[in-house]
Unconditional design. Structure first.
Lengths: 293, 468
């Protein structure tokens, strides 16, 4: 009977395993396979080139720029999409007394709008020469930098556009996590005259860390995919790769330059880098997480 | 240990979603591929219904099943002539009793279409007629199977043997000839760059002669705009291609690509003239009289009155005309002093990628319809492109009345004799060569490198790619 239950369990897992095999593992293996070839998608024969696609990536100065950009994207996205929603959720849960539902709806709304629409909208709003934001800044005596062609600024603005989309979802998820923190614990701390600052840092954040860790992973993995859209719509990775990241570069190599080998090698390296990041995260961050159940 | 393995597995699973997630971004292309494949199956099914029994029935439905169904791939969104494509195709389908054309829109312009065509070719299917951007001329002809227009004419329409030479200027027809001397297709959407002028802003800045002819005059006017109004003088379009910069540099006597006479080619853009042209623009960006921003932002800055001159394609005429709140005019692409004007043609040509004889014949019949005076006129009105045919501008059933009302178009038509080929770097490395050039442009205009250093370095890299 117990054996049957166990088999039943595996059988129930089978459909999702099948879906994973078709849409995840097979493409991944195919990507690894393609990374050893020179092929442009249409030539009848693929030319085996060994590790030269990888060597090219490791020796190309552009790769280093793209890797640095990727890390910068991660850092900024974590601030905009993890730290800020956390602060806002804490504020809304413990400080704001009225109109909570209104604020929830307002912050969540952009996340249901297409990022392509958002990118086009922001191209207009943040036009450094004639956009409304530039106009307002001029009125207060400031000049808006020409961000779309300036190194550093371009990444910051693309992150803001991406955050416009991601912020609401992350905020709602974190708020749900924080709402799960027992009120009596917080109230007792208040009775004991513990400062709000300490309540947040030592009580609320550790007790909602399970949600926080989910949002952290989501930010890193999904954030870089989301940022692909404004890159594609607004800068196409430019100027001179200043806004490109590993994900966009994989696309650019495969579907602009039709170098599937280099693109696949870039994808494989991306996966390895993210595996390392996630292993580090699992080992050093998740260890201290409080799971209620 | 087991925990470590489980951790590694979980990490790999999450990380690998990066790859598949990346794949999902090209879903539009995949969807288009799927539907195209569906339509091809439909063609085959319908072909098999060509039986005497089917022919004997006279109902409309049966007539439809006898039609040869062909696909026409274009990249015209509704705001860029897509509605005209639909109108032309509907009219053809209504008037034709043996061919049914299915128009398929491909997002992301010619590059997007090329990506989808590439994906489609891997499945063994291809559409019948496709729009190919000029920059992809060499790449397309080196990698895809196609039928040249003259071959199609000779095989299926011998009475029109001189159709091409009768109706097109030699320099226009030459746009679709590849480096091997083969006429790959027929020019269809032809655009060229013009200088749009904000007359009010230039007058306010103190520019007295608005009939600007040379880049030297453009520079002087830009400086006046900067000094007297605090606004920008000039923006030269900067999308992911080198089209406008090619016209700008080649009009100064530079040449992007030179044939060596032995069948090989060399990049030669880092000449004195090429360097001088780009350095002049970089200096203007640095001193605040010109702009270095994205294409959308630049066009927006012009129509909002923050930039006095816009050097971009005539295909943007409708956008400029509809959005400007000031007096706007166009002049021909400026020259450098009294040097010859050389402007690269933008847009696309039509190529026949059908593989079966019946499909090729149908593709040619449809193409011939698209190149009729009436269809060409409708295409020009709907898109803003310049007609590639000789007699459309003056014909009563062509553009005569349209041009009388749309004076912005006139300089673009008048400079058609200066149109040259959009440089398409040969061989498999052509796209990488183009990218190298774009990187150099960013370095120069971003002030990270001088025109001399960046162009010489890019030229060296491209020549290494082109060397056999």
């Amino acid at each position: 009977m117990r054996k049957f239950e166990s088999i039943k369990g595996y059988l129930l897992l089978l459909p999702s395993l099948l879906a994973f095999c078709v849409f995840l593992f097979y493409p991944m293996l195919e990507t690894i396979y393609l990374s050893f070839f020179d092929w442009n998608l249409i030539k009848p024969t693929k030319k085996f080139v060994g590790f030269s696609n990888y060597m090219e990536l490791f020796t190309d100065a552009t790769s280093l720029v793209i890797l640095k950009n990727t890390l910068l994207y991660i850092a900024i996205l974590l601030i905009f999409n993890l730290v800020m929603p956390y602060l806002l959720a804490l504020f809304l849960e413990f400080i704001v007394k009225k109109g909570k539902s209104f604020y929830k709806a307002v912050f969540f709304l952009p996340s249901v709008i297409s990022l392509v629409v958002g990118s086009i909208l922001y191209t207009w709003i943040m036009n450094p020469v004639s956009g409304p934001l530039s106009f307002v800044l001029k009125k207060v005596g400031l000049t808006m930098p020409i961000w779309s062609t300036t190194q550093g600024w371009v990444i910051a603005v693309l992150c803001i556009i991406t955050s416009w989309k991601c912020f609401g979802y992350n905020f709602i998820v974190i708020l749900a996590g924080i709402s799960g923190v027992p009120k009596e614990v917080v109230e007792s701390a208040k009775v004991d005259d513990v400062s709000m600052h300490k309540i947040f840092l030592d009580l609320v954040i550790p007790m909602s860390a399970a949600t926080g860790i989910y949002v952290l992973i989501y930010c890193i993995v999904q954030g870089l995919q989301f940022v692909y859209t404004p890159i594609k719509v607004i800068t196409q990775g430019g100027p001179n790769y200043a806004s490109s990241n590993l994900i966009y570069n994989s696309y650019h190599e495969a579907f602009t330059l039709f170098r599937t080998g280099t693109s696949s090698a870039c994808s494989v390296i991306t996966v390895i880098i993210f595996m390392i990041l996630l292993i580090l995260e699992f080992r050093f961050v998740e260890r201290g997480i409080y799971y209620e159940n | 240990m087991r925990k470590l393995i489980a951790t590694c597995l979980s990490a790999s699973l999450i990380a690998s979603t990066l790859i598949t997630g990346c794949g999902s971004t090209s879903s539009a292309g995949s969807a288009s591929t799927a539907s195209a494949a569906e339509a091809t199956t439909k063609t085959q099914t319908q072909d098999t219904t060509d039986t005497p029994a089917a022919e004997s029935t006279a109902s409309t439905d049966t007539t439809n099943t006898e039609k040869t169904v062909i696909e026409y791939w274009h990249c015209n969104a509704d705001t860029q002539g897509g509605t005209t494509v639909e109108e032309l195709v509907s009219k053809f389908n209504a008037e034709n009793d043996h061919i049914e054309v299915v128009a398929k829109y491909n997002p992301d312009m010619y590059k997007g279409l090329m990506q989808n065509l590439q994906a489609e070719a891997t499945t063994g299917n291809t559409p019948a007629v496709v729009q190919i951007g000029w920059a992809f001329l060499e790449y397309f002809s080196n990698n895809f199977t196609y039928t040249t227009p003259q071959e199609a004419i000779d095989l299926y329409d011998p009475e029109s043997a001189t159709f091409l030479t009768d109706n097109f200027l030699p320099n226009v027809l030459d746009l679709a000839v590849n480096n091997n001397g083969e006429q790959v297709g027929i020019p269809y959407s032809v655009s060229n760059p013009v200088l749009y002028i904000n007359e009010d802003l230039l007058t306010e800045a103190g520019v007295t002669d608005l009939d600007i002819d040379t880049w030297e005059e453009v520079k002087a006017a830009s400086e006046l705009v900067r000094d007297n109004t605090g606004k920008y003088g000039l923006y030269i379009q900067e999308p992911s291609d080198f089209w406008a910069q090619q016209a700008y540099m080649e009009s100064n006597g530079a040449q992007l690509l030179t044939a060596n006479g032995d069948g090989t080619f060399s990049a030669t853009f880092a000449s004195e003239e090429g360097i001088e042209a780009l350095q002049t623009y970089a200096d203007m960006v640095a001193d605040g009289s010109a702009l270095h921003i994205t294409w959308e932002e630049g066009c927006q800055a012009f129509v909002d009155g923050n930039c006095a001159m816009l050097y971009t394609t005539i295909a943007r005429r409708a956008y400029v005309q509809e959005n400007c709140q000031f007096n706007v005019s166009t002049v021909k692409s400026p020259t450098w002093g009294d040097k010859e004007r050389k402007i690269a043609a933008g847009g696309c040509f039509l190529a026949i990628t059908a593989q079966e004889p019946e499909q090729i014949a149908a593709a040619w019949e449809f193409e011939k319809y698209l190149y009729s005076v009436e269809s060409m006129a409708a295409w020009t009105i709907g898109t803003g492109y310049v007609p590639p045919r000789k007699d459309v501008a003056d014909a009563e059933n062509g553009l005569k009345s349209f041009l009388a009302e749309n004076a912005l178009m006139t300089p673009a038509i008048e400079q058609m004799d200066s149109v040259t080929k959009w440089t398409s770097f040969p061989g498999d490395a052509g796209l990488i060569a183009e990218q190298t050039l774009l990187d150099a442009r960013d370095q120069i205009l971003g002030g990270q490198s001088s025109a001399k250093d960046a162009l010489e370095s890019a030229q060296e890299q491209i020549n290494a790619l082109l060397s056999p």
